[in-house]
Design a binder for this molecule. Structure first.
Ligand SMILES: *Cc1c(COP(=O)(O)O)cnc(C)c1O
Length: 223
């Protein structure tokens, strides 16, 4: 199947869901990403800052760039001027740095808070307690340019669909719990739930994902 056919097939699958496809082109050359662009894809995700910048510079300017990987504080200043959404924020320190850089250029920056839902120790993310602590922290309350527009999570890498479903369901429930709060700061708006990648997006869709991040299924395996 061509890239266009693969994208078409995913778009058909998400048609009846309120869900946005983010094409993850990491390690793939711009010429390959352009094939996806030509089918109408405008949301692209990268997990490395340098690659994100290189591709931003070389590709059409109507693309919405998603930083989906772990972001180091010393690199925030490079992405804040153009990024559409930062998916994996998991500390107040990182949020404060995004605020600092965003205020310099007076540009609002949309972020998702990453929640730890997987069994693996290595995956980044906040616990539920840490999430609420962050949302009501002084440093966050003072932010004027950072906007938290939802949550993001990565399920355990396993073929056990039950396990994956359980983790996505937990994340969705937490999303709804935050959304129901009446006392949230005005720069928190629970709109997006970023969950699901090539191996588990069908489950994520069923569990209420609003954004799936797909690499391999569109572009083939990475070297
Ligand atoms: C690479 C990556 C993806 C896409 O992974 P695939 O399995 O290739 O679809 C999604 N989210 C994050 C955070 C990634 O780093």
């Amino acid at each position: 199947m061509s890239i266009a056919e693969k994208i078409n097939s995913i778009q058909n699958q998400i048609r009846n869901h309120h869900c946005q496809l983010v094409a993850v082109g990491k390690t793939k050359p711009v010429t390959t990403l352009i094939e996806a662009y030509e089918t109408g894809i405008r949301d692209f995700g990268e997990n490395k800052v340098q690659e994100l910048i290189d591709k931003y510079e070389q590709m059409p300017k109507d693309i919405r760039w998603h930083m989906i990987g772990h972001l180091q504080r010393n690199k925030v200043k490079y992405v804040v001027p153009f990024v559409h959404l930062i998916h994996a924020v998991d500390s107040v320190r990182l949020l404060s740095e995004i605020e600092k850089q965003a205020s310099k250029i007076e540009r609002p920056v949309n972020c998702l808070l990453q929640i730890h839902i997987a069994e693996e120790e290595s995956k980044f993310g906040l616990s539920e307690d840490e999430l609420f602590e962050l949302l009501y922290s002084q440093d966050f309350l003072q932010c004027q340019y950072v906007r938290v527009i939802g949550l993001m999570g990565m399920a355990t890498f396993t073929k056990d669909t039950k396990q994956v479903r359980k983790e996505f369901r937990t994340l969705k429930q937490l999303f709804e719990k935050v959304k129901e709060r009446k006392d949230l700061p005005s720069h928190v708006q629970m709109q997006e739930l970023s969950m699901g990648m090539s191996s588990d997006y069908s489950v994520a869709l069923e569990e209420g994902s609003s954004m799936i991040r797909i690499g391999t299924t569109i572009f083939g395996s990475r070297n």
